[in-house]
Ligand binder design. Structure first.
Ligand SMILES: C[S@@+](CC[C@H](N)C(=O)[O-])C[C@H]1O[C@@H](n2cnc3c(N)ncnc32)[C@H](O)[C@@H]1O
Length: 269
């Protein structure tokens, strides 16, 4: 199907966060834009339930590098956004989670700005925040976690040189780590964090397909991280003392009660 004809003369690109998967976690603004969009250019991880919210006039294109458009370059994605906007179309560039977290947002904004195409960024709920919520855990806790460190486990390449994270500098017991794209082999990460002085008892959790009907999670400790079973992608790894109330249940409502909560319940009977 061809892209819709322009609805007005001025096109615009909306870089929209689709959230972690559950359509009910989409912002109202994102939903309204999806309903009105002429073109929706989305990444692989955006769920079908969210894409189904696009209006019937919209041309919906997967420009994801894994499933949708294998081999597509960032420059080609940029060109597609720019071309559609210049034809007067309302373009929703839909990214999983929040567009500003490991979403190549900066590169796309640079490209739009360079040619004077108007744009707007609409935030979304990022996977790490959603994963913590689904575990019934808080990422900060003024009694033990005063910072949140968002990193990627995916080793970036700059000019062909592999960059590794400086865990010695990052590892602090009062931090909660959210590790995007953690891969499946946690042996190296475990060794680096233990060597940086973090105790093996620090809680850790991996959440696969957070907020979707296929969500699975495993709660463990840093010391046992290398024994975690392989989880389906996408998955995210959380490490920190604030996760000590994370449960194996599928949502906050399913988690087992703490000793304090059991006592409170018994005292109210
Ligand atoms: C390219 S990054 C995009 C992150 C996204 N912009 C966000 O804010 O969530 C992709 C990584 O995000 C994480 N991720 C995204 N959606 C997820 C989900 N529903 N459950 C668990 N992890 C998810 C995984 O670590 C995945 O490898």
């Amino acid at each position: 199907m061809d892209e819709a004809m322009p609805s007005n003369a001025t096109g615009k690109v909306y870089l929209v966060g689709a959230g972690p998967g559950d359509p009910e976690l989409l912002t109202v603004k994102a939903q309204n834009l999806l309903e009105r969009a002429d073109v929706v250019l989305h990444d692989d991880l955006v769920t079908p339930a969210i894409l189904s919210l696009a209006g019937p006039q919209a041309k919906v294109v997967n420009v994801g590098k894994r499933c949708g458009a294998e081999g597509i370059t960032q420059a080609q994605i940029n060109a597609r956004m720019i071309d559609s906007a210049r034809r007067g179309l309302q373009v929703v560039r839909l990214k999983s989670g929040d567009p500003a977290i490991f979403g190549r947002l900066a590169e796309e904004l640079d490209a739009l700005e360079a040619v004077g195409v108007p744009f707007e960024v609409i935030p979304g709920i990022t996977a790490g925040i959603a994963a913590a919520a689904s575990l019934g855990a808080s990422l900060t806790d003024r009694r033990k976690s005063s910072r949140v460190v968002i990193v990627t486990g995916h080793r970036a390449h700059a000019n062909g040189v592999q960059k590794t994270l400086d865990w010695q500098a990052l590892a602090r017991a009062d931090a909660t780590f959210i590790i995007y794209m953690p891969g499946h082999d946690f042996g190296g990460l475990r060794s680096e964090l233990l060597a940086s002085g973090l105790p093996g008892e620090i809680p850790a959790a991996i959440v696969s397909r957070a907020t979707t009907p296929d969500q699975r999670q495993q709660v463990t400790t840093l010391g046992e991280l290398d024994k975690l079973p392989r989880m389906e992608s996408p998955s995210i790894l959380l490490i920190g003392w604030s996760l000590d109330r994370a449960s194996q249940g599928s949502s906050a409502g399913d988690r087992s009660l703490t000793v304090d909560e059991v006592e409170l319940l018994l005292s109210s009977i």
